[in-house]
Structure formats: structure tokens, C-alpha cells
Design a protein around this ligand. Sequence first.
Ligand code: SF4
Length: 367
Amino acid sequence: MAPNNASDMLAKFKDPALCRNLLDKIRAELPGPLAFMEVCGTHTVAIFQSGLRSLLPEGIRHLSGPGCPVCVTHEGEVAAFLELARKDNVIIATFGDLIRVPGPKGTSLKQAQAEGCRIEIVYSAFDALALARKHPESRIVFLGVGFETTAPTVAATIKVAKEQGLDNFLVFAMHKLVPPALAALLQDPEVNVDALILPGHVSTIIGVEPYRFLAEQHGVPSVITGFEPLDILQALLLIIDQRKTGRPQVVNQYSRAVADNGNPKAREVMAEVFTVSDALWRGLGRIPDSGLALADEYQRFDALTTLGVQVHDLPPLPGCRCGDVLKGKMQPNHCPLFNKTCTPATPVGPCMVSTEGSCAAYYKYAL
Ligand code: SF4
């Protein structure tokens, strides 16, 4: 019977019989060992939660890359937002996960809040703008983390702040761009990745073109993929096909959500409000042209310049191996702190804090 609504259709993408068929096909057609990496926290969780990771044939190795926005937030950025939180008359508006990320000496926004700093959890940048309206006497600093997916709504919010003259709304722009990080990753001689599963959400904005270099310059089969088990298995089959024919490509498996040219309107607002800049990534260091800073016309909304705070290239937290986990060089359970001093209740690094972090996913689903 044909599916009659969206949830029926999505149920098909989880169908156990269809999944088993694809798994059998993968087993039969796998030409040799294959290490694939996903670079999206939602894929990390989907692969663990659905049980796919434990069902994959022995020759397939699953690696998680730098795809969780909270996890890639650099140590120096964490130190900077802790400094912002301690400024007079500032309210930090942040997504929930960030509040527990340990900074230098293990302090976090949660601790800063306990010490009297004003921290508000918000669910969008527009919530932060509402705070700016509600507290005209305070400066609201929104912590803008995330990839190309979240940057357009933050850009749109800044535009509204400008239109409405809400100059007490400030943004600490920590947004990061995925393709330059992938280029940096593939240039790292210590990273061994045969194929990539590309992020569905980011791709809805940027489309297919920005990934072409993965196949053309690095010879890495890459598939833009949805988040259901069937999507992921189909992506693996598409990768195996490319391995067999020896013709690496970038394939859009998630065409039900991702247009080949992405979302031009979203990119337009991003390009108006932000300018491409270098960025610091946890584990990957400074990557040229991989971040978004506020464009000249919107500089007055920049929290760092307005409040006189700088981001420094600080070393990793002692003992934490998030950098190696984010590069797929280390499985979370091989970190000496995993499930000892570092657990979701007592996280030492952001990969254990975020619900999309590899260490948290491994702790929740693979132990
Ligand atoms: S287990 Fe904890 S300390 Fe180790 S890499 Fe993961 S988050 Fe970092």
C-alpha cells in the first residue's frame, strides 16, 4: 500500500525488512575494508540509536568526524564566552548544551551562573532578541554556534535587530563552515578515511557544489545522506558502488530535502550579515576561511569588539582527547578518561556534554 502521509513515508525509511535487504547487499558487495566517516552529530546519534553500528559487516569501520557544533567549539572560544559572562550588565543567551562545556580550569557557564552571572537558555536567536527587548538596560550576548544550518537564522535575527534599533543585542559569532574543515581533515596525514557521509542539514543550505573537491581533488567517495536507517544504508551502498567502479563522486542521496543548489535565499542573508573568516576548531586548530565573522555593516552587533574580549588559541583541557575523537583518530572508549572521570554527569570535554557528541552517543548506546 502506498504511504498516505509523511510519517508513513518516514516509517518506510526504518523498515526492518528493507534494512536487512540492504545490509545483505552491502555484505555481498563490499569489495574490501572500508572506513567511512560521518560529519554530522545527527548522523552520529542516528547510527548509534538505530543499532546500525553494531549491524555493519566486519570490514566496515564507522568514524565520527567534527560534526557536532558544540564539540568543535574551541577551548579559546569557551574561555572568551566565560569572560563575556563576567562582564558588567551582560546576559548570556545560549543553547542548552553549551552551558555545561568545561573551559579553562574546568569552569563552565553553569558554574558562572552559580556564581551570579546571568545566563539564559534560549531555543533560537529570536528568543535572544526577545530578551534584548525585555531587558533594554542590559546587553544580551547570544552565543552563535553551529554550521551553515544555523547561521542563516542568526543572520536574519541580526538584520531584525538592526531594523528595530536593538543595539543591546550582541552576537559572539562562532559559526563554522563544513567544507573547509573537510579539506583540512583530508589533508591531515594521520586521518584515514575512505569515504564520507555528508551532513543532510548543512547541505540543505549549501547544496552539492561546495563538496565536489572531495571526489575531484581527494578521490573520496562522498554521499549527502538523510538520517533514517535506510538512508544511511543506501549511502553505504552508493559508496561501495563508487569504490567498485573506481570513480569517486559526490552523490545526493537526500534529494527529498536537499536541492542541488541548496537554499540561495539562506545563503544570501548569510552573505549580507557575515563575512568569511579564519576559525579555530577544537582538535583541528585554525582553519583558513572556515568561519563567519560579522560584516562591516553589522560590526556594532559584534560582542567581542563591543565588550573588548579576544579569542586566544588555548591548549586542550588536560587529559581530554576530544581533538583525536573529532578527527576519527580515536574511538571514544579508548580515551583514558571515558566512563571513569568523564561521564555525561561529569563531562570533562564537550564530546561528552553534547547530545550529538560521539562520547555521549557511545556512552548512551554502545556501553
Ligand atoms: S571521554 Fe571525555 S575526556 Fe575523553 S575525549 Fe570524550 S569528552 Fe573528552
